[in-house]
Design a protein around this ligand. Structure first.
Ligand SMILES: [Zn+2]
Length: 149
């Protein structure tokens, strides 16, 4: 849904002529639409940057299109890093969208650290019973994500 740009975001609802708030609920700037919510928003950008950092990847987060291009090129093979990145990307999109909806419909919010902790825990649960080849790269990755060795 996210990749196809079918989430009921502000811009989609406006196209259906529904009355919607113009500002992003996460950073209170920028229009709320997919590209902003998952790539340009300062809130989301901090989370995705932290996720990349926990994957031992240093790069600047770019636009939505650039992130998708980068992911498509990076998510090949069966390394532990690719496994973590796939889980982390899915978890990032899910949790950012969930956070958006928490703010919109329940007036509840989590800060960047709180949401990042939710993502970290979801990854730990998915990885903890997996058999992992413990080389230096994988060990560093597990330590970064707090996965028990
Ligand atoms: Zn924003």
């Amino acid at each position: 849904m996210v990749i196809l740009d079918r989430l009921p975001t502000q811009d989609q609802l406006q196209q259906m002529r529904m009355d919607v708030e113009q500002r992003c609920l996460m950073c209170e700037t920028g229009l709320k639409f997919r590209d902003h919510l998952f790539a340009c928003c300062t809130y989301s950008r901090q989370i995705w940057t932290a996720i990349l950092c926990m994957c031992n990847i240093e790069r600047n987060v770019c636009s939505w299109d650039m992130e998708l291009q980068w992911l498509c090129a990076k998510l090949k093979g069966k390394s532990l890093l690719v496994f973590f990145l796939k889980l982390a990307w899915g978890s990032f999109v899910y949790h950012v969208w969930e956070e958006h909806n928490r703010r919109k419909f329940r007036s509840l919010s989590r800060d960047v650290a709180g949401l990042l902790d939710c993502i970290r825990k979801s990854i730990q649960l998915r990885v903890q019973n997996r058999s992992i080849l413990m080389n230096d790269v994988n060990k560093k990755l597990c330590v970064s994500w707090g996965v028990p060795l």
